[in-house]
Ligand binder design. Structure first.
Ligand SMILES: NC(=O)c1ccc[n+]([C@@H]2O[C@H](COP(=O)([O-])OP(=O)(O)OC[C@H]3O[C@@H](n4cnc5c(N)ncnc54)[C@H](O)[C@@H]3O)[C@@H](O)[C@H]2O)c1
Ligand SMILES: N[C@@H](CCC=O)C(=O)O
Length: 543
């Protein structure tokens, strides 16, 4: 045991590399992309540190070039989940008892590996496996993930420092125990950083976890598992279980040892998992903690005083970067008719300059959507808008899945503010605008607040402080991440803690002390230094 109180100073955000022409990082990344494309790897499950090949396999292909195979993944089912639970509970005996500085040290090393020797491997894996441009991959798989590791380590030490008051004669202490059992981490395809954070944040706090990655992002997730091993993560602390949702989900949720669900993905899947936990509630040894960050229908709302150029750039980046597949992506917009003609002209010009194609060609701003299922679902919304009398497509609307799952950046104008594409999450490069009469500002704010069941991100634009104040007040519950004169995407760890409420999740703010607290069960300890020797009270002396 160490005889010292160790400290971590507040870290700095990982600097984002530009990959501009002529930079050394661009050269390194291009080389790594070629290396990864020249091989086909095998992705096993990893249970108790051992590779498990189930023989039930699927191909992993590049979304922007779907005939190119990157890997074969082995899929898990009940047998592998049971093995993983056993391994995790065995690993927990030593991991939960390990002094915290050793756990923290592993994740600090993982951050350094990521900003150093693993940078281009993780970046290229995310570019190829999830079709991100070099920059989108850098802000996700490198910067945000390194920030999660470093800031979570720092927040944990801040939590541990928080101790209760002790009057004379006693010493009160708070002990921050991990949960009893295992945490089930179910992760989305769209952010490598989120995928890795969901099993690692509980692990940092001393928990063990089962990690079910999305099959559509399993390629970068597997690289992350290898990096964590190199950082020194002991066997069995995180068990990697690729597979289809219910095949892994059902046996994990059915286990009496489930102590938490750390989920990011769609609202429908989260509600299904929550309900399954509720159905099993009598079975568990402890009430499972449920943390879920889910869908969104994120908005941009402009007042007539808005700076039109700022709205144009914010809308373009928020709606079309990463093909609109950020949970924070702008997908509905409210613009006053007085600025609409100028906005429409400038936006059409700027969108016309966007290049779309493979991620390896650095001139491209957009690449493909993740898979055939997403392509079919997004294009169904586009076709619906094309056929409706209540809407028209002003920009884009084309798509082609012959080589990759490509969908043009699309702008729909809805004449009905409750049009389907103003209400439902599409999760693709489709932005719908509703143009309101300037003097219907209040009614339109009301519409914005009530049109969708979600409350994840939102942005307001105005140069009039009274208008900004009114918008912020009116939309008080409409977004967990709220932006003023800025786009509603690209939250940074330790700057804009991320998460939403209503149907967008439990708002436990990924990459924050609040999130870590969900993986901790506090034991309050009172030690009496002068225990009473008499059971009577002074008031009992007389009748
Ligand atoms: N709020 C946020 O912070 C945030 C961040 C990223 C993504 N998202 C949301 O994620 C969604 C896109 O991600 P997705 O397409 O990967 O979501 P998804 O719900 O389809 O899948 C998420 C994960 O759940 C798994 N899953 C599905 N059914 C399951 C079951 N029965 N048991 C166990 N696991 C099961 C999937 O295999 C995957 O690993 C969007 O709705 C987006 O808004 C939200
Ligand atoms: N940090 C990201 C989260 C995106 C979720 O999919 C953003 O704010 O854009």
């Amino acid at each position: 045991m160490a005889n010292a109180y160790f400290e971590i100073r507040e870290p700095k955000n990982e600097p984002v590399k530009s990959y501009a022409p002529g930079t050394p990082e661009r050269k390194e990344l291009k080389k790594e992309l070629e290396r990864q494309k020249s091989q086909v790897i095998e992705i096993p499950a990893i249970i108790g540190g051992k590779e498990v090949k189930t023989g039930r396999t699927e191909d992993v292909n590049i979304p922007h070039n779907h005939s190119h195979k990157l890997a074969t993944v082995h899929l898990c089912g009940e047998k592998e989940v049971d093995m993983a639970i056993e391994s995790a509970l065995e690993a927990r005996k030593k991991w939960a008892a390990m002094p915290w500085e050793h756990r923290v040290s592993i994740f600090k090393k993982a951050a350094d590996l990521l900003s150093g020797p693993w940078r281009y491997k993780m970046n290229a894996a995310t570019m190829l496996g999830q079709s991100k441009t070099a920059y989108q991959s850098e802000i996700d798989a490198i910067a945000e993930l390194a920030d999660f590791f470093r800031f979570n380590a720092y927040y944990l030490t801040e939590i541990y420092k928080d101790q209760p008051y002790s009057p004379d004669g006693m010493w009160n202490r708070s002990e921050y125990r991990p949960l009893e059992g295992f945490v089930f981490a179910v992760t989305p395809f769209n952010f490598s950083s989120i995928a890795v954070n969901l099993p690692t944040a509980p692990a940092l706090c001393g928990n063990v976890s089962l990690w079910k990655p999305a099959t559509t992002s399993v390629y970068s997730s597997y690289f992350a598992m290898q990096m964590l091993k190199e950082a020194g993560l002991p066997d069995g602390v995180i068990n990697f279980l690729p597979g289809h949702g219910a095949d892994v989900g059902n046996p994990a949720i059915n286990s009496e040892h489930l102590s938490g669900l750390h989920f990011t993905g769609s609202t429908g899947t989260f509600q299904h998992l929550w309900k399954s936990i509720a159905d099993n509630i009598k079975k568990y040894r402890t009430y499972p903690r449920i943390v879920g960050e889910t869908g969104g229908k994120d908005f941009i709302f402009a007042h007539k005083s808005a700076d039109v150029d700022a709205v144009v750039i914010a809308a373009l980046r928020a709606a079309y970067e990463y093909q609109g597949q950020k949970c924070s992506a702008a997908s509905r917009m409210y613009l006053p008719e007085s600025i609409w003609p100028e906005f429409k002209k400038k936006f059409t010009e700027e969108v016309g300059k966007i290049k779309m194609g493979e991620a390896e060609d650095f001139r491209n701003f957009m690449t493909a959507v993740i898979d055939q299922k997403a392509f079919d679902s997004i294009t169904e919304y586009i076709d619906y808008a094309k056929e409706s009398d209540d809407a028209e497509i002003l920009i884009g609307g084309g798509y082609d899945d012959s080589e990759g799952y490509f969908i043009e950046p699309t702008l729909v104008q809805a004449h009905d503010p409750k049009f389907k594409t103003m209400e439902e999450e599409i999760f693709g490069p489709v932005l719908t605008v509703y143009v309101y009469e300037d003097d219907k500002f209040d009614e339109t704010l009301e519409l914005c607040d009530t049109t969708s069941p979600y409350a994840l991100t939102g942005a307001i634009f105005s140069q009039d402080r009274y208008a900004l104040n009114k918008m912020a007040e009116y939309l008080n519950q409409a977004a967990g991440n709220f932006y003023i004169n800025d786009k509603p995407t690209a939250a940074v760890v330790n700057q804009q803690p991320f998460g939403g409420a209503r149907k967008s999740g439990t708002n436990d703010k990924a990459g924050s002390a609040a999130n870590l607290m969900r993986w901790i069960s506090v034991r309050s300890i009172k030690e009496s230094q002068n225990p009473p020797k008499d059971w009577t009270y002074p008031f009992m002396g007389e009748k």
